[in-house]
Ligand binder design. Structure first.
Ligand code: ATR
Length: 286
C-alpha cells in the first residue's frame, strides 16, 4: 500500500492528487496520495518529524518548501544538487533521498509531443525566455539531455548571465535582451517561455512580440492558467506548433511516480482530462 503525499502551501487546489491517483489506478498499485499542507506559521521541522514517523513511501514538495526541505534529507541526487531545489522525496528504507523532476519532466513532455526533437537534440536551436527557478531547471535538463544550442533571454540581463554560468562545456549559449530575442525569433526551432508573464489575471500580457516568428517553430509556454496563453494563441496564428504548460505538470509527476514505485506509467489521455479540469475550475498550485 503506497502512502504518498504532497507538502507545500497553499496546496488545496493542487492537481497532483488527481494525477497520482490516476497513476495508481493505471498501474493497479494500492495506495493513496494526500495533501499535507504546512502553513507558514507551522514549525517545518516539527512537521518533518511527523512525516518521518508516518514512514510514507515518498512525497512531492512544492512552493515554498523546495529549498527548505534540503537539510532534512539524507541524500540529494545530482539534478537536485545542481538545482539546489527538491520536488520529490523517496523514502529508501528510512533514508530520505531528494530529486528534482521539474526539468526532466519538462524535457519528457516536450519530446513526448515532438518525438523528432529527440533525434536531433544537438542541432536544434532553442530560445529560453525567463531566468527564474523554472528556467534554471529546464536549462539544466535540456543540456543534460543533449540539447547543445540554448540561448537565454530575460528582462533583467544579469539574471540570464548568471544562469548562463551553468552552461556545460560542450553547449553553446548566447545571452540576449528581450528586444534582441524578439528580433531573432525566426532563427530558432524551439522557443520556451518560462516566466509568469501571461498568467491569470494578466492574460493579455506576452513576454515578447512574435511578429517575426516562422511557421513550424515549436512554441512552448509553461504557464497553464489559462491553458492557452496569449503567447501560444499568437504563436498558433503564425503557424507555430504549440506546447501547453500543463504537460510539464503531468510529466514531472510521471517521473516522480516512477521514482517512488519503480513502475512505468503512461500519461495517455490524461492531458485532455487535465485540460478539462483546469478549464473548469481555478487551480493555483502544482
Ligand atoms: P520561477 O521560480 O517560477 O521561475 P521567478 O524566479 O520569480 O519564478 O522568475 C520569474 C521570471 O519571470 C524571471 O525571469 C522574471 O524576469 P526578471 O529576472 O527580470 O525579474 C520574469 N518576469 C516576471 N515578470 C515579468 C515581466 N512582466 N516581464 C518580463 N519578465 C518577467
Amino acid at each position: 500500500m503506497y502512502q504518498l503525499k504532497l507538502i507545500g502551501y497553499p496546496i488545496e487546489h493542487s492537481l497532483s492528487p488527481w494525477i497520482h491517483e490516476q497513476f495508481l489506478a493505471r498501474t493497479k498499485l494500492a495506495g493513496t496520495y494526500q495533501i499535507h499542507e504546512i502553513p507558514l506559521s507551522d514549525s517545518f521541522s516539527e512537521q518533518m518529524v511527523k512525516l518521518k514517523r508516518e514512514n510514507v513511501h515518498g512525497f512531492n514538495v512544492t512552493v515554498p518548501y523546495k529549498q527548505t526541505i534540503i537539510p532534512f534529507l539524507d541524500e540529494l541526487n545530482e539534478d537536485a544538487k545542481r538545482m539546489g531545489a527538491v520536488n520529490t522525496v523517496v523514502n529508501d528504507a528510512g533514508k530520505w533521498i531528494g530529486y528534482n523532476t521539474d526539468g526532466s519532466g519538462y524535457v519528457r513532455s516536450l519530446e513526448n509531443a515532438f518525438p523528432h526533437l529527440a533525434t536531433e537534440r544537438d542541432t536544434n536551436r532553442i530560445l529560453l525566455l525567463g531566468a527564474g527557478g523554472a528556467a534554471r531547471g529546464i536549462y539544466d535538463a535540456l543540456q543534460h539531455a543533449g540539447y547543445l544550442s540554448i540561448d537565454l533571454a530575460n528582462r533583467t540581463l544579469e539574471a540570464a548571465k548568471h544562469l548562463s554560468h551553468s552552461k556545460l562545456p560542450e553547449s553553446k549559449t548566447s545571452v540576449k535582451t528581450l528586444a534582441e530575442a524578439e528580433k531573432s525569433v525566426a532563427t530558432y526551432d524551439v522557443i520556451i517561455q518560462t516566466s509568469s508573464v501571461g498568467m491569470k489575471p494578466h492574460v493579455e500580457n506576452t513576454i515578447i512580440s512574435l511578429k517575426h516568428l516562422k511557421k513550424g517553430t515549436i512554441v512552448s509556454d509553461i504557464v497553464y492558467q489559462p491553458i492557452e496563453t496569449k503567447f501560444l494563441k499568437i504563436a498558433k496564428s503564425h503557424g507555430a506548433l504549440i506546447h501547453h504548460g500543463h504537460m510539464m505538470l503531468l510529466f514531472q509527476a510521471q517521473h516522480a511516480f516512477e521514482l517512488w514505485t519503480g513502475q512505468k506509467v503512461t500519461t495517455e489521455g490524461m492531458d485532455i482530462a487535465l485540460k478539462n479540469i483546469l478549464e473548469g475550475e481555478s487551480f493555483v498550485n502544482r
